[in-house]
Write a protein that binds this ligand. Structure first.
Ligand SMILES: NC(=O)c1ccc[n+]([C@@H]2O[C@H](COP(=O)([O-])OP(=O)(O)OC[C@H]3O[C@@H](n4cnc5c(N)ncnc54)[C@H](OP(=O)(O)O)[C@@H]3O)[C@@H](O)[C@H]2O)c1
Length: 244
């Protein structure tokens, strides 16, 4: 039996749901009976993901950085219950501040801060009273890692945004999941060998001794969706990465 509450009759939208953590959360929500929509930029990626769902799932092409498109997206969805935004990419924003291109730093904010911001901005009024918003940050927000000032700032911004929105949008609940290292297509910029070597080197340094599966993060998202007494929190699911 699942540890999570039934989502029968609930509508769940996952922006970033075509892969990784978002896909794992969307699949769990579908297994729990929700009517699920997954959105992302790549139509093919979404179709591939949808083919593997236990129940029919809607797919919508959306670039969450484009405000007009986000507005149209939510004007077409109608009322729904839970919004999850996991959209993001690693292409931009890494490097020491004095060496990093400012445009690259800004681009990281475009997808990982302004994207979720726009989704909540235009989606909030369609979320039913008992519903929720779940955003994603990352453990870089809790650590001072040279070269990671931009992701760290993005994560801090997301977490503080969510805390204030938990009050502004109440009774809709607003929370954040903060992952550590998870084995998802986010890291596909590396070759399979590079990824394996990095994971093998990193896993033993973590208190939990393994790199997360997307499902371990999805579990946290489903908890936040289902627990009606949790709002304004960042749920850290990082295997202890911030501690070492
Ligand atoms: N995996 C980790 O180790 C880790 C650690 C800390 C934080 N995080 C954060 O967790 C979030 C989810 O990551 P993940 O590991 O699940 O990665 P993922 O598998 O790459 O998933 C990200 C999804 O977001 C979509 N996306 C990217 N940019 C988008 C945009 N502008 N508009 C709409 N959709 C967009 C991508 O699809 P398209 O490219 O088709 O749009 C992709 O399906 C990211 O924000 C990531 O930074 C991950």
């Amino acid at each position: 039996m699942s540890a999570h509450k039934s989502l029968n009759g609930r509508r769940v939208i996952v922006i970033g749901g075509g892969s990784g953590i978002g896909l794992a959360a969307a699949r769990r929500a579908s297994e729990l009976g929700a009517e699920v929509t997954i959105a992302g930029r790549g139509a093919e990626r979404l179709e591939r993901a949808a083919a593997d769902f236990p129940n029919p799932v809607r797919t919508k092409v959306l670039d969450v950085r484009k405000e007009d498109d986000v507005q149209v997206f939510f004007s077409e969805t109608g009322p729904f219950d839970h919004l999850v935004v996991t959209a993001g990419e690693l292409k931009h924003g890494s490097g020491k501040l004095t060496e990093l291109d400012t445009s690259s730093a800004r681009e990281q904010f475009e997808s990982r801060f302004w994207g979720p911001y726009l989704a909540v901005r235009h989606g909030a009024s369609a979320i039913r009273e008992h519903g929720s918003v779940t955003l994603i940050s990352g453990f870089f927000g809790d650590k001072a890692i040279p070269g990671a000032s931009v992701p760290s700032a993005v994560h801090g911004a997301i977490e503080n945004l969510a805390r204030v929105l938990a009050v502004e949008l109440a009774p809709v609940r607003v929370n954040v999941v903060s992952p550590g290292y998870a084995d998802t297509p986010l890291h596909d910029g590396l070759t399979a060998e590079q990824k394996q070597a990095w994971f093998e080197q990193t896993a033993p340094t973590l208190p939990v001794r393994h790199i997360a599966e997307a499902d371990e993060l999805a579990d946290a998202i489903l908890f936040l969706i289902g627990n009606g007494y949790t709002t304004g929190v960042t749920l850290t699911v990082d295997g202890g990465a911030r501690l070492v």
